[in-house]
Design a protein around this ligand. Structure first.
Ligand code: BTN
Length: 265
């Protein structure tokens, strides 16, 4: 399917007030939309500024990984936020983005979707989307937050390198149906704006409940890798601050802010 993500196509019938209605930068090729958004953020670009690329040559993933970004088949999008939060609050933005992305993706792929802590979107157990949040801070102030999202939309199995083939998927691979990317971007921006407003209104509980319903680990025995350590136990909750709570065999409660689930027992 030959489609592009030009600003005018995305804006056409977009039902948001901020996201997608302000500056939107479209690149045929970018190294990383998060890097470009970071530069724009430093130069004072307003909340709601979007950066979109058809392909990235140096797409960034969490924990220093790369994000495979083949041309024309995925969504590579970064959003500038100025939420007036303290740095610890950025975690909730990432969880909120996962919920917003899950709602949008489900419109095209209603079955088999789960959120893998903290913010991977899985379809039938394989990763279809990821989120990378960065921020610029000084002391307790956050100048801006960059939320970057990558969604594998129309990629076929041949477009993933060998090491990703067993763990990555796309909406097309799971449903057999190509998706018009600009429609999915619109769905995501509408969902993102809705949940972002809920978050700013202080209602993280709503987001947390939706996140938990879709999580692939709640109530399960897991092993999480946190920095250089591992924590094993039952994933019992996501708390008010967006920390994952894991109860170990000795009854100790671990509050985990970031890391990776390396095993679900
Ligand atoms: C992850 O799951 O590791 C996060 C992946 C985030 C990828 C997106 S694609 C758009 C934006 N630009 C980047 O360089 N990374 C994010």
């Amino acid at each position: 399917m030959k489609d592009t993500l030009l600003p005018n196509e995305i804006r056409n019938s977009l039902k948001t007030r901020i996201f997608g209605q302000k500056e939107m930068y479209h690149f045929t090729t970018a190294v990383s939309t998060n890097d470009i958004a970071g530069d724009l953020g430093r130069r004072g670009a307003p909340e709601g500024t979007l950066v979109i690329a058809e392909t990235q040559t140096g797409g960034k993933g969490r924990m220093g990984r790369t994000w495979h970004s083949p041309p024309g088949t995925g969504i590579y999008l970064s959003i500038i936020l100025r939420p007036g939060i303290v740095p610890a609050g950025a975690n909730k933005i990432t969880l909120m983005t996962a919920v917003a992305a899950a709602e949008a993706v489900k419109k095209f792929c209603p079955d088999g979707l789960m959120i893998k802590w903290p913010n991977d979107i899985l379809i039938n157990g394989k990763k279809a989307a990821g989120i990378l949040t960065t921020m610029d801070t000084s002391g307790d102030s956050v100048h801006y937050v960059i939320v970057g999202i990558g969604i594998n939309v129309n990629a076929g199995p041949e477009s993933f390198p060998g090491d990703l083939r067993d763990i990555a998927t796309s909406l097309f691979m799971e449903t057999g149906m190509p998706v018009r990317r600009e429609i999915l971007v619109r769905e995501f921006l509408e969902s993102f704006e809705c949940f972002y407003r809920i978050l700013l209104e202080g209602d993280f509980r709503v987001i947390r409940e939706i996140w938990k319903e879709q999580s692939n680990i709640m109530g399960k025995e897991v092993t999480a890798e946190v920095r250089d350590c591992t924590v094993s136990g039952k994933a019992v909750d996501l708390d008010d601050e967006g920390f994952l709570l894991v109860r170990d065999a000795a009854g100790g409660l671990h509050r985990i802010i970031s890391g990776d689930i390396i095993k679900i027992h």
